[in-house]
Every structure is written in C-alpha cells, then in structure tokens.
Design a protein around this ligand. Structure first.
Ligand SMILES: [Zn+2]
Length: 98
C-alpha cells in the first residue's frame, strides 16, 4: 500500500531527490522539471489551464471571428429540430440554476 499523508510527502521528496533535476519535456525548453511533472512550472501550468503544455490561453478577441461564424450558422439554421432540443435543454438548465 502506498504511503499516505506526511509519509507520502516524504516519499515524493525522496523520489524527487533521487530523480534529480531534468529538462522540461517540451522541445527547446531547458527549464528544470516542476515537482513530479515532466514539464517545467510554466508548461505544467499551461497544461493544467489550457489542456496542453504548449497551448497558450485563447483570448476573447481571437474568438470574435468564430463567434460571428457560429452566430450566422445559428441564424441560418433557426427552427431546426436539433437546435430546438438544445434550446429546451439550456432553458431547463438555466431554470434549475436559478
Ligand atoms: Zn518547459
């Protein structure tokens, strides 16, 4: 059975000390790895926040053209039974939340 609590923390520190420092797994990133990750702190955070170590945050202005495309698509398909089902589900969800 693996150690728990403080023993687990000590075990992790031991493993880190034995492993030593190695370079981040991302190409051309030479920062040391962060804790038990195979990436540096920057790339670990990007992975946690954005789903991939090299994925930067997508800003609202970058989404604007896609919002326009989605809006046009929704307008041109207004009344489609699948959309009506989705709108009903969204109404149900928003009613449950309020
Ligand atoms: Zn890195």
């Amino acid at each position: 059975m693996p150690p728990r609590g403080r023993l687990a923390t000590a075990d992790i520190r031991d493993r880190l000390a034995r492993r030593g420092s190695s370079a981040c797994a991302v190409d051309r990133c030479f920062r040391p790895t962060h804790e038990l990750s195979s990436w540096c702190k920057l790339h670990s955070l990007r992975n946690a926040k954005n789903g991939a170590p090299e994925q930067k945050a997508i800003r609202y202005p970058e989404l604007a053209p896609f919002k326009e495309i989605a809006s046009r698509w929704l307008s041109s398909n207004a009344g489609h039974p699948a959309l009506a089902l989705i709108y009903d589900d969204l109404d149900t969800i928003s009613i449950k939340q309020h």
